[in-house]
Design a protein around this ligand. Sequence first.
Ligand SMILES: [Zn+2]
Length: 167
Amino acid sequence: MEKLDSYKVNLKGMPSDTVSYQWHVDDDFFSAVQGPEVQHGALDVALRVKRTSGAYELTFQLDGTVKVQCDRCLELMDQPIQARGDLCVRLGDEFSDDGDLVTIPYEDGTFNVAWNLYEMIALEIPLRHVHADGPCASQDDGEEAGDETPKPTDSRWDELKKLMTNK
Ligand SMILES: [Zn+2]
């Protein structure tokens, strides 16, 4: 986990009430985190840590792209990510992480944000993601095939034809 040491945030030793961090996460980050959803990507991450009474408010700004498998052709595609994420951290007796609130042991006082940052990125990937404009864009994928079945002839035209021939 040494590779992720630069994602350590020193909470106990904050020199002022607000501290900012900047990272550029890339494939090295994703391979070190070993998350299941994302293995490739490039994002700029800005973090602002604000000390409040009894807790720390962490605000992440994510801007970049990740590579995920296209649902339609299974090739990797770029998925743009632009998001803001919030996390509340406090110091306590032992470590716990329930998603929005993380508790860090007093003795430690530092928090490695790498995993929470990864989860924030993975959460931003839409459930269905396909190439907007790629080699697979014209392929049928089942859902769109329905639109291409020939439509039955419009019965109003038959009525009109009848009227015209009966005259
Ligand atoms: Zn595709």
